[in-house]
Structure formats: structure tokens, C-alpha cells
Design a protein around this ligand. Structure first.
Ligand code: UT7
Length: 331
């Protein structure tokens, strides 16, 4: 009997309407369009505006879109995993809030906090549930409202991040398509370079922590950049090697959209031409857990059944990894 693999059977996405352009950022901090484009590749990013709106409000339309595309009712979802570092609240899990809002009354849900690698970690977790034979419909969401933890007076971080959500449905596949291999890694010693100082159990919110701006993302950009270039490229190359995949075998690289220079370094290491690399960083910036599913969302119509796809990510934790999957359907 053919082994059960977990295949993506539908994709949904959502980005807020508001476009924060490089030009507008020029009026907020000492930066310029040329610097941002040449150092990061970003032209604009989407921002979720509106009182009382959080990550779940972007995840909900993304999941509802995939249900509609697949022709299923949310009540058919058995498990929903939400990758995010900007949950609606510290608890309960945003996954639970999303399930409630969409009427996924038969699903259990939980969040995964692996920063920019969150979607990859959640995808592998969700795939394991399907491979076990125990579940048949698992939704994996990657969502972040990065604007909720960004200091818009800090030019080293505010130019990079944006808001957005992407989601995929995983179902059993007996044709050999779906998630085939993953290498996932984490190294907590890297946390000093990218973290949020307060708001956790070590340093709960106080007047002082707020005034010291410790509830914003803190990043030592250059250090993270060096680790990211090496980490994402090495793991992608390792995944190719151990599965005997050559550049010709690979239809698409889906890289985390943190910096165009990191994406190029990974593609070069894999000997892949730019045409095979999904790049939408120019319009969304870095949406953290949202980047990979938002690429799949943007490219879905171009993907063909049997395409070999490698997803790769690197982010806070440090966390990083790569996943090889075979696309399971033609749109
Ligand atoms: O997704 C999670 C993982 N995160 C990442 O992968 C991000 C990795 N890091 C990066 O992408 C890059 O390090 C940044 C985009 C954050 C920064 O780019 P960089 O090329 O590493 O710049 P830098 O920090 O080395 O700064 C170079 C110069 C500095 O000026 P001096 O000291 O050379 O005079 C900065 O002060 O650029 C200056 N600078 C800016 N100038 C204009 C820093 N930010 C800006 C800015 N506009 N926004």
C-alpha cells in the first residue's frame, strides 16, 4: 500500500488594504526609498489598521477562502494550527479564536511560535497528523500583525515588517504528492539577536517596560543577516543533497521574505535561477509567519501537479529549516 502523504489541497491568503510605502516611511524616520530597496528589496508593506483588529482578523478570511476553493464547510476541519508571534492575546491560542470565528466547531487548535519559521514548523506538524492516518483535514495558518510590535521610530526594523496571513489545507494523498521531507532546526543561543524584551513571564509589562519601548521587536540586523544567509542556504542545500535533487528537478523555491539578498544567497547556493524563485517581498515586506503561505497564494495558479517545491525559512529563535513537497493539483 502506498504510504499516506500530506498534500496541500487548497491555499488562502489575506493582506490588509493599507499600503505603507517607502515614501511614507521617509516622513516617519531618517531613511530613503533607495536605501530600503537596495538593502532589502522592499517597496511597500501592508498594515492592518482599525481598532480592535488582530492576527485572527487576517487569518479568518485566509482560511475561509481556502474552504471556499476546496468546497468544504469549516465544520469539516479537524485541526487548525496557527503559526504566529503576534497572537491576538498571550492566551488563549489564536487558533482557537480563529476556529470560533469561522465556525470550525469540530476542530482542535493550537499555536506554534517559531517566528519566521513558524509556518514551516506548523506545516511539518500538520503533515505528521495526516501521515499518522488519524486526521484527514488539517489547516495550517501563518499570520502576523507585525505592526503591533514594531517601533515606528526605529528605522532599522520599521522598514522591514508588514502584516498578512496565508493558510493551507492538508489532506491525505496516495499519489506520492505532498510533504516529502523536512529539515527543521533551532538554536536558542541566537535569541539575543532577535526578541521582544518584555511582556513575557521574565519581564511582565510595567510602566517602565512600556516607556523603555521593550514591547517592540528588537533585532541586531547584521548578526541576524549573517546567520540567516548561512542557515537558510545550508539547510536548503542539505535537503536537496539528501534527496538527490538537482536544480533541474526543482520547479520552485519558496523562500522566507526577509531580505532579497538572503533570498538570492539561498537560490545561488541551490544553483537556481531567479525565474524559479518566488519573490513578493517588494509588495508585502516581511510578514514573519505569513511569508511562505502568501507566496503559495500569489503563485498558486502557476503551480502544477507534481512540481517539486522547496520552502525555506530562517528567523527568530533562532529557528530555520527547509521542506520539500510535491504539488498535488492543477488550479
Ligand atoms: O525575518 C526575521 C529574520 N530577519 C532577517 O533576516 C533580517 C536580517 N537583516 C537584514 O535584513 C539587514 O541587516 C537589515 C535590512 C536589517 C539592515 O541592512 P544592513 O545592510 O545590514 O545595514 P546595517 O545594519 O549594516 O547598516 C548600514 C548603514 C548604517 O549606517 P552607518 O553606520 O554605515 O553610517 C545604518 O545606520 O545603514 C544605516 N541604516 C539605514 N539607513 C537608511 C540602517 N537602517 C537604515 C534605514 N535607512 N532604514
Amino acid at each position: 500500500m502506498q504510504k499516506i502523504t500530506a498534500a496541500i489541497s487548497a491555499v488562502g491568503g489575506y493582506v490588509p488594504e493599507y499600503r505603507l510605502t517607502n515614501k511614507e516611511l521617509e516622513t516617519m524616520v531618517d531613511t530613503n526609498d533607495e536605501w530600503i530597496r537596495s538593502r532589502t528589496g522592499i517597496e511597500e508593506r501592508r498594515i492592518l489598521k482599525g481598532e480592535g483588529l488582530g492576527s485572527s482578523d487576517m487569518a479568518v478570511p485566509a482560511v475561509l477562502e481556502l474552504c471556499k476553493k476546496r468546497g468544504i464547510d469549516p465544520s469539516e476541519i479537524e485541526c487548525l494550527i496557527c503559526a504566529t508571534v503576534t497572537p491576538d492575546m498571550v492566551f488563549p491560542a489564536t487558533a482557537n479564536i480563529v476556529c470560533d470565528k469561522i465556525g470550525a466547531v469540530n476542530a482542535f487548535g493550537f499555536d506554534i511560535g517559531a517566528a519566521c519559521s513558524g509556518f514551516l514548523f506548523a506545516l511539518t506538524t500538520g503533515a505528521s497528523f495526516i501521515e499518522s492516518g488519524r486526521y484527514k483535514k488539517v489547516v495550517v495558518v501563518g499570520v502576523d500583525k507585525m505592526s503591533s510590535i514594531i517601533d515606528y521610530s526605529d528605522r532599522t526594523t520599521c522598514i522591514i515588517f508588514g502584516d498578512g496571513a496565508g493558510a493551507v489545507l492538508l489532506e491525505p494523498n496516495e499519489e506520492g504528492n505532498g510533504v516529502l521531507d523536512s529539515i527543521l532546526k533551532s538554536d536558542g543561543s541566537g535569541s539575543k539577536y532577535l526578541h521582544m524584551k518584555a511582556g513575557g513571564s521574565v519581564r511582565p509589562a510595567t510602566m517602565e517596560s512600556v516607556l523603555a519601548k521593550e514591547h517592540y521587536a528588537y533585532q541586531e540586523g547584521q548578526a541576524v543577516f549573517k546567520f540567516a544567509v548561512k542557515g537558510m542556504a545550508d539547510v536548503s542545500y542539505e535537503l536537496m543533497e539528501r534527496n538527490n535533487l538537482t536544480a533541474d528537478d526543482i520547479a520552485w523555491l519558496v523562500p522566507h521574505q526577509a531580505n532579497l539578498r538572503i533570498i538570492d544567497a539561498t537560490a545561488n547556493r541551490m544553483s537556481l535561477p531567479r525565474e524559479k524563485v518566488m519573490i513578493n517581498i517588494q509588495k508585502y515586506g516581511n510578514t514573519t509567519a505569513g511569508t511562505l503561505p502568501l507566496c503559495l497564494w500569489d503563485w498558486e495558479k502557476q503551480l502544477k501537479k507534481g512540481d517539486n517545491i522547496i520552502l525555506a525559512a530562517f528567523g527568530g529563535g533562532f529557528t530555520w529549516g527547509a521542506t520539500w513537497l510535491k504539488w498535488a493539483y492543477n488550479s
